[in-house]
Design a protein. Sequence first.
Length: 207
Amino acid sequence: MATAALVDKDLDIGREILRALAKGRIEVTVAFWAYVPQSSEWQLFIATPLVDSKGPKAAYEEVLGTLHDAKMDSYLPWRKLFLRSPKDPVLKSLDKQKGLRGSIDIMEFENPRGSPSAYYVTYVPYSDETLRTFNEAVGDRFVEEAYVYGKTWAVTGLDRLRELLSKFLHVKQDILESVVEGLSIRKSASIRDVQLQPRDLKRLRPA
C-alpha cells in the first residue's frame, strides 16, 4: 500500500487544473491522483480525447499551453502530469465505477470588462471508489491507490448555468433559485445529495 499520504493541497491543485482545462474547453473523461511505487509519489493522470484526436505530443502541448495561460506553471511539477487516452480499458473501467450520488459545487468568477461571469460546476461523487486500492498498470506505470475526481464544467452567464443545473443535472427549481441567490452573496454554492444517472454524466461536455 502507499506509504505517502495525499494531502489536501494536492487535491486542491488537481481541482484548479481541472477548472483551467474546463475553461479552456478541453474535455476530460476521467482524472485521478495515483500513487506510483516506482517513483514513490502521487502523480496526476488525465484522460482526454485529445490524445486520440491529435496525438500524445500535441495533446501535451495544448494542455500545458492552457495551464500556462492560466498562470499555473508553479502549481505542479509537470513531470507529475500524465495524459492518457479515454479508450484505455483500465481508465474506462475506472470511469464507470464512479458513484452516482454526490454533491455539486459551484464557484463564480467575474470576467473582465463587464462580460458575464464564469461559473465552474463540479460534480463530486460520494463513493468508495473516490479513494480506493487500485493495483493496476496504467501504461508503463503500476498504480497502487487512486483518488478519482468528479466532473468539472465551465459555463458563462446565469442562463447557461441555469440550463446546466436544471436540464442536465436535474436540480429542482426551488433549489436552483436558492443557489443563484447564494452565488450573488458568496460567489460559491453547494448542492448536497444529488442523484445522477450514467447517461447524465456521459452526455455532458465542457460548455
